[in-house]
Design a protein around this ligand. Structure first.
Ligand code: PHE
Length: 355
């Protein structure tokens, strides 16, 4: 028995020395010292030996067990320390990082994103971006822009006038379009100029496609030798940049007091095919026409140049074009938004679709 104990001890010692993890040591402990292992069994068998052999055999087996226990414990303690430092090194927490999970810091509102996208297109074409006042005067909003004294937009039913805000052409109002900035820009900057003016405008109007407040981008380019072809090329470049090569553009003759000739520009409807839905019904968005009006434009009327002639604009030598587009309408077309009011309801289920 003593020889068998010595054999087991040698083998166990070799294996313990070669073990490479605390899990491996635990396996060896079960294998050599567990209830069903041979060494403990031999210890139990000592009782059956002839009395003169019991003393030495018992001591040897006991000692072997103790030696192996100590060896396993020592090795295990070392592994545990190593494994703990490895886990700690691995688990390095950077306390300068944001909390977990990181909170999204949000994104631009679809109208802001669309405004910036349009600004990018025109900046790429060499335009500058300027802003102007939302509270205007009758002079800048209507008179200097060649509006007839009886023009319907001047009516109190269409325009928000500010109570007690001056008289006649100095009467203040909430601008109904960004066009007043055409005048302000020309008063301050001699030609040639190429600018866009993004901003809020106000009208007494409220339904699925009209809200009392909405956003426009005005465009104005003035130089010598500018023609309607330049206007058309510019708007084509814009339409393609925003809506992609598939979109069609249509120019229709129109009237604006401050442009001559004037055109309305339409983009093909995104909801249907030439005015009919896939089910063959009349498209409700474009009312079956296949076209959606996106902007008004035209060649700057000589009467407008006359209003700023003292600032270097001569109706005989200068030509220019102007356009005014609705940011909401562009965003609706581009993203298939069916109702203008979604933009202002601040329902995150709507807004988050455009992050
Ligand atoms: N100001 C016009 C509107 O709001 C749009 C426009 C701008 C038309 C510039 C022609 C030139 O309807």
């Amino acid at each position: 028995m003593i020889e068998r104990v010595t054999e087991i001890q040698k083998q166990a010692e070799a294996e313990i020395a070669a073990a490479s993890s605390s899990a491996a040591l635990e396996e060896l402990r079960v294998q050599y010292l567990g209830r069903k292992a041979e060494l403990p069994q031999l210890l139990r068998d000592v009782a059956q030996l002839p009395p003169e052999q019991r003393g030495e055999a018992g001591r040897t087996a006991n000692q072997a067990r103790q030696t192996l226990e100590v060896m396993i414990e020592t090795a295990a303690a070392r592994f545990e320390a190593d494994e703990l430092s490895a886990a700690l090194a691995d688990d390095n927490v950077d306390i300068t990082l944001p909390g977990s999970p990181a909170e999204s810091c949000g994104h631009h509102h679809l109208l802001t994103a669309t405004r910036r996208e349009i600004e990018d297109v025109f900046c790429g074409l060499g335009y500058s971006v300027v802003e102007g006042p939302e509270v205007e005067t009758v002079h800048y909003n209507f008179d200097a822009l060649n509006h007839d004294p009886a023009h319907p937009a001047r009516a109190r039913s269409d325009t928000f006038y500010i109570e007690g805000g001056g008289e006649g052409s100095e009467q203040t109002l909430l601008r109904t379009h960004t066009s007043p900035m055409q005048i302000r820009i020309m008063e301050q900057t001699p030609p040639p100029i190429a600018l866009i003016v993004p901003g809020r405008v106000f009208r007494r109007d409220s339904d699925a496609t009209h809200t009392p407040q909405f956003h426009q981008i005005e465009g104005l380019l003035v130089d010598e030798g500018v023609t309607l072809a330049d206007l058309k090329g510019t708007l084509l470049a814009f339409a393609r940049a925003i809506f992609g090569a598939d979109r069609e553009l249509r120019l229709r003759p129109h009237f604006f007091p401050f442009t001559e000739p004037s055109v309305e520009v339409d983009v093909s409807c995104f909801m249907c095919e030439k005015g009919a839905t896939s089910g063959g019904e009349r498209c409700s968005l474009c009312k079956g026409t296949g076209w959606l009006e996106v902007l008004g434009s035209g060649m700057v009327d000589p009467n407008v140049f006359a209003a700023v002639s003292e600032h270097g604009y001569d109706p005989d030598t200068h030509q220019g074009f102007a356009f005014g587009l609705g940011i909401e309408r562009i965003a609706m077309l581009k993203h298939g938004v069916p109702d203008l009011r979604f933009f202002y309801e601040n329902d995150l289920r709507f807004l988050r679709q455009f992050g």
